[in-house]
Write a protein of this length. Structure first.
Length: 749
């Protein structure tokens, strides 16, 4: 391990700028002659739009553009990462609280806001469905027009799509004990500190778009299709986002600002408020029915899981969340017979999208909680029942997918030891333990370019987005390790489709594995060129030369890379350029289109104390242990796990959307919507990593950073039950909900 190469806990690149406010986010970029945009929305979820009158708005000084559905191409352009169902502006009918029906652009933000208030929309409020039960009622209004879903067998229902995965024969399998319950998971928001922001400007005969997007190239593809431009004429600039957690993966208002910029012939700028961000993206809530069959010795006989996700008014990436999130619902266990049905249910609520964990926390909460209930009924220790059923390395726990790729028992036992499992506890305290698993990327493509300059410094070009996870740092460490350059001499360039090579997406904890491998291979090309250069300079066979960690080893001596580089480039100078690619192809016939590149595995253990008088939960100790293959930067790994663990406490203890009878979100913003603060943290938080070098990424790395969130909820709920006997199957575990469970009071709807 080099001083600042792979395996070192070097300081995160860009960290200083982030904490001091020097970092320039999209909202910090100000273009000359820019117009400010404000959205026009209605004060209800669903309404028939009769007319839009902007005459009063036009009279506001400084207003330069008012855009309604009438000003956009016909038929209304629609977009989406999976289904092209989302209109640029609401046409005919709004589908959720906050959906824009018009947009105003003015010289100042104040003028835009004043004019937006003056746009008069004549509308008729219509009944809205905002819950699963309402959406699934046969008499419920349809969220989407069946004409938008030709050939879809669910077109006349509010079911977006259904996904089934099965093996064995669940119905024919006999069990000694069957435990069946329904568990509810709340709708929550991402709450990234940086708001969503979008800018667009004419760029010659094309367009340039600035966005807080995680997937710049995916956005480029969608915009090119909507605007009917070649990809080469659509430039996406995506500065490092200030947090994303999946909420900034996919296209939202970029098409609107693009159309407005082209129409105005000037740059336009839209920065969402926190309240508007709540309405733009959120995690899907879910109702999960779990039926688990146990043998008398605790072995699983079968798992039968049915998960309904409330995905919102438009599909966004939610169908993929449902399919991939529900797919490993049976967990990392030996399950002879398994059946999983996942459904996405449309509703008149903001579109759900990717969120850290990608649909897995919803089912993990339910399945792990059901396992606990079975263990108690059988009189078997809750840790022991998991260890008895846990897949060992090389076992295909899902028969047609990647076998267990880690020593997962090691992870579980580490967590149990750190929480003090089995040792006495004072009254009012309890312990819980849970296991979480998530499939890594099933397909993927990343390109990287690496330039070794004449002075030995290095530039890495990567299309990945660094939204705080530290991708820039790890990529620089890989290049430093491979080429022997000091870390401070490595520059990583990201965030501009006109500069960096293609990267499919930044999600599924893929960056270190896919892009990291592409960078490693690009560095390999540079080393090959150095070998050839040394062979020419010294008149020897290239096969006898090794380039490693900044040294060129000849048969009779060693030379610094810089010496060979300077001599080889000569007076004209120049540089060596390497290109690398990492590709994971689709697998036809696989339920997800491809098997898991790796499994993200975590065990979380909780010690909690419950105040029976108030229902308040104090987390005394929180232990999170992740199997990461190889920690390329151990400090970053721990920080990512700790951040995910704390984020998981949000949906576990407090976070949830509240809707009124009009489908309006009543707790928009930081005052009425609670997220964990320093006052809510565990008294002790321990993060551990398991490294066995058994991942597919550089130096044996696996993806990580989502795992520590997956199973927080079932571990906390199990600790609460252990402490008090209270059984709660609906999140969040608010003090009121816990108190009601303790005192036999019915839960409020």
């Amino acid at each position: 391990m080099s001083r600042d190469g792979v395996g070192a806990s070097v300081t995160r690149g860009g960290g200083y700028d982030r904490v001091t406010g020097r970092q320039r986010y999209v909202a910090d970029i100000h273009l000359e002659d820019v117009l400010h945009v404000k959205l026009v929305t209605l004060d209800c979820a669903r309404a028939r739009i009769r007319s839009v009158d902007a005459s009063a708005a036009w009279r506001v000084p400084g207003v330069r553009l008012v855009t309604t559905a009438e000003d956009l191409p016909r038929p209304m352009p629609r977009f989406g990462p999976q289904f092209e169902d989302r209109p640029v502006l609401a046409v005919g009918e709004t589908k959720y609280h906050g959906e824009p029906v018009a947009a105003v652009a003015a010289e100042t933000r104040d003028a835009a806001e004043e004019a937006a208030r003056l746009v008069h929309v004549d509308y008729e409020e219509l009944p809205a469905v905002v819950t699963l039960a309402a959406a699934l009622d046969p008499a419920a209004p349809l969220v989407q027009d069946p004409a938008l879903r030709p050939g879809d067998p669910f077109a006349t229902t509010n079911v977006l799509r259904e996904h089934r995965v099965a093996w064995g024969d669940v119905d024919a399998t006999v069990a000694d004990l069957v435990v069946e319950h329904v568990y509810a998971f709340p709708m929550v928001t991402h709450f990234a500190i940086e708001p969503h922001a979008f800018m667009a400007a004419p760029d010659g005969d094309g367009i340039a778009v600035w966005s807080t997007i995680q997937h710049p190239y995916w956005l480029q593809r969608i915009l090119a299709k909507l605007l009917r431009m070649p990809l080469s004429k659509v430039r996406v600039l995506a500065p490092d986002p200030g947090g994303a957690f999946g909420g900034k993966q996919h296209t939202k208002y970029e098409p609107l600002v693009a159309f407005m910029a082209l129409r105005a012939g000037r740059p336009v700028r839209l920065v969402l408020s926190l309240e508007e961000t709540f309405q733009a993206a959120r995690r899907a809530s879910a109702s999960v029915r779990v039926r688990t069959g146990f043998r008398a010795d605790g072995a699983f006989a079968f798992q039968d899981v049915a998960a309904d996700y409330l995905v919102g008014a438009y599909a966004d990436i939610a169908d993929r969340v449902v399919s991939k999130g529900s797919y490993p619902a049976c967990g990392p266990y030996r399950v002879p017979a398994g059946r999983v049905v996942g459904r996405g249910i449309l509703s008149h609520t903001p579109p759900s999208t990717a969120f850290r964990g990608f649909g897995n926390p919803q089912v993990n909460w339910a399945v792990e909680s059901n396992i606990d209930e079975g263990a108690r009924a059988l009189g078997i220790d809750r840790l022991e029942i998991r260890l008895r059923n846990l897949a060992r390395r090389g076992e295909a726990f899902i028969p047609f997918d990647t076998p267990a790729d880690g020593d997962w028992e090691q992870t579980v036992r580490t967590a149990a030891a750190r929480i003090g499992w089995g040792t006495p506890l004072p009254p009012g305290r309890g312990r819980g333990i849970a296991i979480g698993i998530k499939s890594g990327p099933t397909t993927g493509l990343s390109y990287a370019t690496v330039r070794l300059l004449a002075d030995g410094s290095v530039i890495v070009y990567a299309g990945t987005s660094d939204m705080g996870q530290g991708a820039r740092t790890v990529f620089a460490q890989i290049a430093a390790q491979e080429l022997g350059a000091p870390l401070e001499a490595v520059t990583v360039v990201m965030g501009d489709t006109a500069v960096v090579p293609y990267d499919a997406q930044t999600s599924a904890s893929r960056s270190s594995v896919l892009m990291g491998t592409a960078i490693q291979r690009a560095c390999g090309q540079v080393r090959d060129q150095l070998r050839g250069m040394a062979a020419r300079l010294h008149g020897i066979d290239e096969a006898g030369i090794v380039v490693e960690r900044g040294t060129v080893r000849l048969p009779d001596r060693e030379l610094p890379v810089l010496d060979v580089l300077r001599r080889g480039l000569g007076r004209l100078g120049g540089e060596l350029i390497g290109n690398g690619e990492m590709r994971k192809e689709e697998e036809p016939g696989h339920p997800l289109g491809g098997s898991a590149a790796f499994w993200e595995f975590n065990c979380t253990a909780i010690e909690a104390e419950v105040d029976e008088g108030t229902g308040d939960i104090t987390l005394v100790r929180h232990v999170t242990v992740s199997d990461v293959g190889r920690a390329l930067n151990p400090l970053q790994v721990r920080m990512q796990d700790e951040g995910a663990a704390i984020q998981g406490l949000g949906h576990t203890l407090m976070e949830h959307y509240i809707f009124d009878d009009h489908g309006r979100i009543r707790n928009l913003g930081a005052i009425d919507y609670r997220i964990p603060t320093s006052m809510d943290l565990p008294l002790e938080l321990h993060s551990e990593i398991v490294e066995n070098g058994d991942g597919p990424g550089p130096y044996g790395a696996k993806g990580m950073s989502e795992g520590a969130l997956l199973c927080v909820a079932p571990a906390v709920a199990a600790a609460v039950r252990d402490a008090t006997g209270a059984v709660i199957r609906e999140l969040p575990l608010t003090p009121e909900r816990v108190w009601r469970a303790l005192h036999g009071e019915p839960d409020r709807p």
